[in-house]
Design a protein around this ligand. Sequence first.
Ligand SMILES: [Fe+2]
Ligand SMILES: [Fe+2]
Length: 253
Amino acid sequence: MSRLAYACLAPAEPRGYAALRAWLVDRIKRKALRRLHANPRGERLVLRMYLAAEDATERALQEELLPQSPAWLTRQLNRHLADERRHVALFVDALRAAGDDADNRLAPDWLSRRKIAQWDRLARRYASRFAQGVLVPVYATGLCAEQMATRVLTRHCDVLGGGHALYPLFASVLADERRHVRLCETTLRRMVAPGEAATLAALMREIRAIEASFALTGAVAIYLASWAIRPLTLARTRTRPDARPNRHRHGTP
Ligand SMILES: [Fe+2]
Ligand SMILES: [Fe+2]
């Protein structure tokens, strides 16, 4: 496949309304994250939301992707699965350290379930259009989800700043998710035949349109959750002994 055909794998720079929506989502989520991290219950909710997402990813890899993967993908998938299991363990440990037993796990929220259901329908619709079948739309959706995780975690690390006690956890997961983006891209380049490039581009557009249609509602839901949790303390963050002030705090509310 030509370099141009690979271009659809990278997220397009948003323009017009899409750019405004992306800006709004980012501002709303930054405000919500600051409120949530300002009290222990909010911080535990943040960790539980991440744990729910990592749990769901681990299950999808284990129960849906591994059983239908060809032999050449199995080793790579097992390494990916090990990463996602490590993420689950890291968030469980963080929750326990924050005083939550992490036994009662959150199920993916209603919005996430709706989005996944739409992605599943799209995967079934596109499966017959690729020689490798449903694996292509499944990996394309996986790529989009890993890119989203990278964006979400990059913002989260930026909001926390390097001095926050939870920064190393989020930064470590972010490094893995960046690697998963590269892994999904490489796998798609290997699976998609040159004659299927235009179909892949159309599929990527539809996957991203579904994701974008939930973005603002998701941001508002997190913002409302940050207000629903009454602050127990004033904005007081847990910091490591060598904490430095958040260099990104200025210029943001
Ligand atoms: Fe993960
Ligand atoms: Fe991942």
